[in-house]
Design a protein around this ligand. Sequence first.
Ligand code: AMP
Ligand code: MN
Ligand code: MN
Ligand code: MN
Length: 271
Amino acid sequence: MIADLHLHTNESDGTWNPDRLVAKAAEHNLAVIAITDHDTTAGVEEAVQAAPAELKVIPGVELSCGGANVESVHMLGLWIDVDSSSLQEQLELMRTSRIRRMEEILHRLRKMGIALSFEEVAKYAHKDVISRSHVASALVDRGVVNSKAEAFQAYIGETAPAYVPRLKFRPETAIELILAAGGVPVLAHPGLLESLHILPRLVDAGLVGMEVVHPSHSPEQTESYLKLAQEWNLLPSGGSDCHGPGGKDELFIGRYTIPLAWVEALSEARW
Ligand code: AMP
Ligand code: MN
Ligand code: MN
Ligand code: MN
């Protein structure tokens, strides 16, 4: 009995719709999954409806945090109340800011001689969350680049000329929002952080869990984050962060899982 508490659908930058993701999860004999799209909970309901009786779906979200001295900290919210109006208001704000930021990215591309319209990019976004992943797809289909990886490298990656950062939460705000929506805040993929200097700040703000299982973590890192979690009284979590086929990663679904005992401990941390 295994679980995967980090999965994306095409409601954000994944490629499978919630139905399909649930079918894949069942194929891999997962007993519990969390839908954790960036800045939206729109895929949760469909996944819950589509899930067979033996597969439990946890409503979740992934929030990007930033600010002074904070390099992209990602916060997962598990078991959030998707009807929380304070949470939904903030998610809406983030999605709107993605639209303005996309216009700026397209402006920069135009200055580089690549004319892509907003509509052309929006076609790749299933619904409300428009991301760099979608511009990358448009650039591939236009024949500007041969792969999405090349699109990030040459145009929209963090060190590339058309990169524009987007609005992010303060880490404390993300944790507060998740807690206020009845959810469990979990620090995503700490292995992708350059340093863990922010950890005490997150713990002070009410962090409950830490992802120790993630495709970006080596087995040694998983071991060391498990120890670190214990030291800081954080509950271990993890998952595949699968975005479906055609993204930057392989299909990790079914390969990065956690025991149900971890899920139970996280679930009991709700208040
Ligand atoms: P955004 O949230 O708009 O900043 O876009 C970030 C998303 O772009 C990530 O969640 C990935 O899905 C995707 N991404 C980032 N780097 C790459 C890459 N090198 N190749 C393909 N997709 C990428
Ligand atoms: Mn993503
Ligand atoms: Mn992330
Ligand atoms: Mn993710």
